[in-house]
Design a protein around this ligand. Sequence first.
Ligand code: NDP
Ligand code: HSE
Length: 442
Amino acid sequence: MTDYRTLRVALLGAGAVGSQVADLLLKHGDELADRAGATLELAGIAVRDVDAKRDADLPRELFTTDAETLIVGSDIVIELMGGIEPARTQVLHAIASGADVVTANKALLATHGSEVFEAADQVGAEVYYEAAAAGAIPIIRPLRDSLAGDRVVRIMGIVNGTTNYILDRMDTEGADFADVLAQAQALGYAEADPTADVEGYDAAQKAAILASLAFHTTVPLDAVHREGITSVDAAMIESARHAGYVIKLLAVCERLAATEEGATEAISVRVYPALVERTHPLASVHGANNAVFVQAEAAGDLMFYGAGAGGVQTASAVLGDVVSAARRHIAGGVGVGESTRANLPAVPIGHVITRYQITLEVDDQPGVLATVAGILSEGRVSIATVEQTVIEADENSRSGGSARLVIGTHKAREQDLSETVERLAASGVVERVVSVLRVEGN
Ligand code: NDP
Ligand code: HSE
């Protein structure tokens, strides 16, 4: 056996991901040493409750509640506690102590990334975070390294496993939202507070991280438009199916040409449930899997697919980072660093241009369709398709009752679309705006 230098590794957190990281580090220590060029000694595991049951069989003596002391003298600190505090304080403490940091904490990076990266820059430390976006899928390195010589134009993908698991089970089995969410939690996919998943916060954090890397720009979380999936119900899923679509929670990060404010280039970063054609590759992303499409000027279209959540799957990405950190520790020199020099402005959601599907309940009277078409036309929203279904016929009248109108639009500006929907709602012929969904995918 080669006599490697020993690097001291501190693990903070032994939940769904941390327990698997510890298990693999202990099980595959020799192999990892050969790949890293260093023996990775798991010095300890900081948790809240040292007696809690773990998903892996780990030596009791490794556990401590004293993260601060464990960090001191460590070469690599793996932060898998999640949340902002005490994760932020411990990550900064690790950097100040001379350690490289590996983290899967997108909430921390999306909100305090600049602080963390600046602290690391100041002392020549490195922060690795492959697991912070799209679980096991290698997407951070491709954006940061492989595509560093290209210009990324667009990223579109499913980046949250929990919501994809929920929407997929609702679509394929007619499952109930609350039941499937509970299963996603039991399977270790969901965040400690699953509101982060279902309200789109987790996907927005990942979108901010991906857009920052892709566009060499610091993208603050409040520049990301966010909508979750809590308003998606069985009727919307059925209506999408009828029209040949599936509903997916998408993250879209786009480079835009000249803006209305006069910038020569800008970006749009947004997360929302959208309709995707059933023939589109994203429609066949099932369960907790994720898929990310990257469109770059020279490379063209690239697709990354795989497990977006899950303890052992995510542990793979974390350990890849640990090996990278160990190699850098042994070889020395600067690490990958962050590049934010482009500093492109982010446009508000109102400036985004995409297609829409508007579902309305209207009076089933002569002239209603013409009124609706007139309002859309006045609002600069062009109709691509219309389907009318009678939902409540009035037997005593020649027309009468209510009808459902499903209108597919050509590309329209979001602000024009939302103002038009407001005018439709107030028009007197529309009984109810059932849903307005963006159509994405081409
Ligand atoms: P869990 O909630 O399962 O585990 C969190 C762990 O951190 C627990 O062991 C907990 O200790 C420990 N911990 C929490 N707060 C403290 C504290 N104040 N002091 C010491 N220890 C603490 O989280 P996950 O493993 O699911 O996620 C970890 C990170 O990985 C998060 O940032 C998450 O967003 C990210 N991630 C998760 C994925 C997944 O599929 N689960 C996928 C990709 C990223 P104790 O057990 O004693 O309570
Ligand atoms: N809760 C997250 C998800 C974990 O469901 O995608 C992976 O980041």
